[in-house]
Design a protein around this ligand. Sequence first.
Ligand code: BJW
Ligand code: ZN
Length: 248
Amino acid sequence: MPTIPSSLVDRLARARCVVVSTGAGMSAESGVPTFRAEGGLWTKFKPEELANVDAFLRNPQMVWEWYQSRRDVILNCSPNAGHTALVEMEPLVQGLTIVTQNIDGLHAAAGSTDVIELHGNIRRNFCQQCGERYDDASLLSMTEIPSCSCGGMIRPDVVWFGEMLPEKALARAERLCEEADVFISVGTSGVVYPAAGLALVAHQHHAFTVEINPEETPLTPYANVAISAAAGAVLPEVVRLLRERTAG
Ligand code: BJW
Ligand code: ZN
């Protein structure tokens, strides 16, 4: 059982604004592959060939197929104990918002009510040419890349390298990080910007900053508390201690 410092439980219980920033490690225990660790997606596939708009325009069918294969995996995954613990944390702390880089939709599937998606959602699509939205689940099983009524190509609603993050989502995330009393980073390698910068914003604005990750990251030096263990073990324990504190 990971040891949770009492300072974290105290800070959470007193906080008015809590931001939990999640990355691929959050969903690893659900069976969703991460990107950069051993066996991660970027150790097998090249992001420059698959996760930027030039790659899509060069070879749309290949990129579409890669995302379809990842959808097959993700749509068969369920939220894990870490996702569930964040749902259970909502009534135990004030002002909890999840800011996720994940595109798998598992926080919403678990039942979290305030989730900001910074890198989009693989369950949705839009037209690269005119921006028309295609959120119909029937596209999720198409092997041939579908076309829009305008003739443009339909692509997954995810943020590729070199693309802007959804403006309102990022602005809200930044504002919350400025206001946060507690900022918890879970399962991100902290190398992809601007998402990684949110931890620094929170730190600079005096949030009590926590990292939950079995590995050290560039964000670790900024953490008041770094818990070196899996999200699915740590977060349920935090919830248990919060409940214990509320009951006592
Ligand atoms: C566990 C665990 C368990 C395991 N429990 N933990 C400033 C400085 C430098 C560069 C830039 C900058 N600003 C912009 C850039 C360029 C670029 C960037 O950051 N590049 C760096 C990589 C060098 N950023 C962008 O291009 C962004 N756009 C942008 O900035 O627009 C403005 C602009 C435009 C043009 C020019 C300049 C600026 C867009 C970034 C989009 C990222 N997209 C991806 C793909 C999404 C779609 C898809 O899935 O295919 O998003 S890349 C990929 O990385 C994905 C992830 O969301 C993202 C982050 O990965 P994450 O979540 O951290 O996963 P991992 O695998 O890296 O780490 C997992 C961690 O979990 C590990 O630490 C494990 O230890 C841990 N773990 N099991 C807890 N059980
Ligand atoms: Zn179109």
